[in-house]
Design a protein around this ligand. Structure first.
Ligand SMILES: Nc1ncnc2c1ncn2[C@@H]1O[C@H](COP(=O)(O)OP(=O)(O)OP(=O)(O)O)[C@@H](O)[C@H]1O
Length: 310
C-alpha cells in the first residue's frame, strides 16, 4: 500500500520555557486521511506541540509543514484548512450553540449551517441553549462542531475526550471516526491509551517532550519482546494429551510439566480459541488459567513508565 501525502510534519521541533524542555527535537508525520493519536502522560508536551503547530506558541527551534508548505514562525499558521478543538476553554457561557457556530463562521469568513452541524455532533435539540448550562459531554460536542465550521481538511483535537465518562468518550470517538470517514485527517491527543487505540491508525507516544515511539499500535506491540504466554493447569496429569499442541494455529511453542501446559502464542487474540481447543483435547478438567505478555496498557507503561488511567 502506498503511503498518502503528509498533511502535517515537524522536524526537530523544540520548545523551552525558561529551564523547562517542554518539547524536544520532535519529528512527527501525520498523513492525509489518517487518525493520528498523540499520546502521552500529563505534562508530556502535547498541548505545547499543538500550540506551536497553530502558532499560539513560538518554537525555540525546528520546522513545521502544513499541507506541504513550511510554516513561517514569524507569521500565523494558515487556519482556513484546520479545525481546532482546544484542550481548555473555547466556549462562552452566555452564547447558545448556534451563536458559537455563527461567531466562529464570521471569524473564519465561511458560511455555516448551524442546524446541520449540531445534527452532525448530536446537539440538534440544544442548538438554542446557552453553553453555560451544558454538560461536559455537550461542551465537547459543541467544541467539535466549532472545529468543523468550514469543513476543514485537518482536525487538531486536544484531548477531545477530556472529562468524559467511558460512554461519552466512545460517542466522541464515533463522531471523530465518522468525520474521518468523510476524508478528514485527524490529530487526536490524549493521555489515556484506551481512548485513542480503537480509533487511531497510528500513534505517537510523547514522554518528557520527546517522541519515544511512533507507529501502528500492532507494530509497537510487536517491538516489545515479552511473549504472549498461556499457562493452563489441569486437575490430573496430562499423560501426553497435549503433546501436539505446538502444531496448532497461533501456537509458537509449548511445554508440558505434569498437570500443566505452558504455551507461547503468536498474539493475544488467539487465547480464547487455543483455550477452547485445549479443553476439548485434554481429558482432565481445567483447574486454573493464567496469561502473560503485553497488554496495551503494558505497552504504554513500557514507553512512558507512567501509571495509566483505566
Ligand atoms: N507557558 C508555559 N510556561 C512555562 N512552562 C510551561 C508553559 N506551558 C507548558 N509548560 C510546561 O511544559 C511542559 C509540557 O506541558 P504541556 O501542557 O504541553 O503538556 P501536556 O502533555 O499537554 O499535558 P496535559 O495532558 O496535562 O495537558 C510541562 O512541564 C508544563 O509545565
Amino acid at each position: 500500500m502506498t503511503e498518502s501525502e503528509p498533511v502535517l510534519q515537524t522536524a526537530d521541533l523544540t520548545k523551552q520555557f525558561g529551564g523547562i524542555d517542554a518539547v524536544q527535537e520532535l519529528d512527527l508525520t501525520v498523513r492525509q486521511g489518517e487518525i493520528y493519536g498523540f499520546l502521552g502522560p500529563n505534562g508530556a508536551g502535547k498541548t505545547t506541540t499543538i500550540h506551536m503547530i497553530l502558532s499560539l506558541v513560538r518554537p525555540t527551534s525546528g520546522q513545521i509543514w502544513l499541507f506541504g508548505d513550511e510554516v513561517d514562525p514569524a507569521a500565523s499558521t494558515p487556519r482556513e484548512r484546520i479545525g481546532v478543538l482546544p484542550g481548555h476553554g473555547g466556549l462562552y457561557d452566555n452564547l447558545t450553540a448556534r451563536e458559537h457556530l455563527e461567531f466562529v463562521a464570521r471569524i473564519k469568513q465561511v458560511d455555516v449551517n448551524p442546524e446541520h452541524l449540531c445534527e452532525r455532533v448530536g446537539l440538534a435539540s440544544a442548538i438554542d441553549q446557552q453553553a453555560g448550562g451544558f454538560s461536559t459531554g455537550m461542551c465537547q460536542r459543541l467544541k467539535l462542531a466549532i472545529a468543523l465550521v468550514g469543513d476543514p481538511e485537518l482536525l487538531m483535537l486536544d484531548e477531545p475526550t477530556r472529562g468524559l465518562d467511558p460512554n461519552g468518550a466512545r460517542q466522541m470517538r464515533q463522531l471523530i471516526e465518522a468525520e474521518n470517514e468523510q476524508g478528514t485527517t485527524v490529530f487526536f491527543s490524549s493521555h489515556i491509551l484506551g481512548q485513542v487505540e480503537q480509533a487511531c491508525d497510528r500513534v505517537g507516544i510523547l514522554e518528557n517532550g520527546s517522541l519515544v515511539a511512533e507507529d501502528a499500535i500492532s507494530e509497537l506491540r510487536t517491538q516489545l519482546s515479552e511473549p504472549n504466554t498461556l499457562q493452563v493447569t489441569f486437575e490430573t496429569p496430562l499423560n501426553g494429551a497435549c503433546s501436539h499442541v505446538d502444531t496448532w494455529d497461533g501456537v509458537v511453542s509449548s511445554g508440558v510439566d505434569g498437570n500443566t501446559v505452558e504455551l507461547v502464542l503468536e498474539e493475544r487474540r488467539v487465547t480464547n480459541e487455543v483455550l477452547a481447543e485445549l479443553c476439548t483435547t485434554a481429558e482432565p478438567s481445567v483447574q486454573s488459567v493464567s496469561t502473560g505478555g503485553q497488554s496495551l496498557e503494558d505497552l504504554f507503561a513500557a514507553y512512558t513508565e507512567t501509571e495509566v488511567e483505566a
